[in-house]
Design a protein around this ligand. Structure first.
Ligand SMILES: NC(=O)c1ccc[n+]([C@@H]2O[C@H](COP(=O)([O-])OP(=O)(O)OC[C@H]3O[C@@H](n4cnc5c(N)ncnc54)[C@H](O)[C@@H]3O)[C@@H](O)[C@H]2O)c1
Ligand SMILES: N[C@H](C(=O)O)[C@H](O)COP(=O)(O)O
Length: 341
């Protein structure tokens, strides 16, 4: 299925859309997307065909599924969706989690990522998965971010969410709070900032991004009286990287980093852990934000919300975050092409 580099540079970008947890709202999102496809892209749902057809019937929406073939012309009628079929272990019901189908979920992610690596797809966009049910199936799983890092052989990735005028990146991803401090070492933080800086330049076309860096402790440690990570780890890393010309502010108290005074002129905000940064981002833009994985050889964006099990099959969901995730993936693919000699 591999395409040559020349073909891939000339064609309409092809985006792999993984449908996520089959009991959640991912299949609904695919059906909604088929009704009004974003211009300038070709979307291929990686999902189970019967599941998509059943969910469309449940939603009362038209859906014609066409098997994806890279060489064939993309159908551009409303209600038609190209699909790369994957087998479910058991039929999926909206709202009812079933660990038997967790392998299917990971299979869709693997197919999308491998297609990005071999040039079949220009980017992958992910609908939400349910981390708990994958673990219940006996498969350790903390998130797409870590799963895709491993699959693409990337030692360090950076999670960043974009929305509401913010770009909030995280120094650590899905970690229990008690493990956060030990995970932030000079080496790991330096690597996170290098990846962030590089990808903001190459994929977001920001020539010299200004990055605000949060402290870890209340009031950024209050000069060492409320924790020493700022003095021992964060400040020395910032000093090293500033000497190379990076525009870095911090370590800043996290509670005021997101005020309009501090945000002015910044391009990105680096939080030290998941719930230091993401509540702010989601308060500002939930339903329209995008989750991006930086540092990988492939482009991956995602919706900013979860599986919303109680809404699956009801027709009561919003799809703005999916639309934004596709738009951002396209923009990143364009910027990446422009950045390459
Ligand atoms: N990208 C991802 O794969 C991703 C992201 C976040 C959470 N999750 C997973 O999703 C599961 C459920 O997480 P949660 O309950 O914390 O978050 P959630 O986003 O599923 O739900 C939070 C609230 O938002 C509502 N909601 C979510 N998406 C919506 C949409 N598109 N339209 C309308 N309302 C919507 C829900 O009904 C709920 O009230 C967890 O297993 C979590 O790990 C996955
Ligand atoms: N941290 C993400 C969020 O809160 O939106 C979410 O858990 C998804 O993470 P992955 O993309 O790693 O699955």
């Amino acid at each position: 299925m591999t395409l040559s580099t020349q073909d891939s540079a000339l064609r309409t970008p092809i985006i792999a859309l993984t449908a996520g947890e089959p009991a959640g709202i991912g299949p609904d999102l695919c059906v909604l997307l088929a009704q009004q496809k974003p211009a300038g892209s070709r979307i291929v749902a990686i999902a189970n065909r019967s599941l998509l057809a059943e969910r469309a019937a449940q939603l009362g929406l038209p859906l014609e599924l066409v098997d994806f073939s890279p060489a064939a012309a993309a159908p551009d009628r409303a209600g038609v969706l190209e699909v790369l079929h994957r087998d479910l272990s058991e039929p999926a019901l909206a709202g009812k989690l079933n660990p038997a189908n967790s392998r299917y979920v990971l299979d869709t992610l693997t197919a999308a990522a491998q297609g990005c690596l071999d040039g079949t797809f220009d980017a992958m966009v992910t609908a939400p998965v349910h981390k708990g049910i994958i673990n219940d199936a006996g498969i350790p799983f903390t998130g797409h971010t870590e799963f895709l890092a491993e699959l693409t052989g990337t030692a360090q990735v950076v999670m960043m969410l974009v929305g509401g005028g913010l770009r909030v990146a995280l120094a650590t991803t899905h970690l229990p709070l008690k493990e956060v401090s030990a995970a932030i070492t000079r080496q790991s933080l330096e690597q996170v900032i290098r990846i962030l800086h590089r990808d903001l330049r190459s994929r977001f076309a920001l020539a010299n991004p200004r990055i605000l860096v949060a402290g870890l402790n209340p009031h950024a440690g209050e000069s060492g009286h409320m924790g020493r990570e700022e003095i021992d780890v964060i400040a020395p890393v910032l000093e090293t990287l500033r000497a190379e010309g990076m525009d870095l502010a911090g370590p800043l108290p996290a509670d005021t980093l997101f005020t309009r005074y501090q945000l002015q002129g910044s391009d990105c905000q680096l939080a030290m852990y998941h719930d230091q940064g993401l509540p702010v981002l989601k308060f500002a833009s939930f339903g329209g934000g995008v989750n991006v994985t930086l540092g990988m050889p492939i482009i991956r964006t995602s919706v900013d919300h979860g599986t919303a099990l109680t809404l699956a099959g009801t027709g009561k969901i919003e799809s703005g975050s999916l639309t934004a995730a596709i738009q951002l993936a396209l923009e990143m693919a364009r910027n990446q092409k422009a950045d390459r000699p």
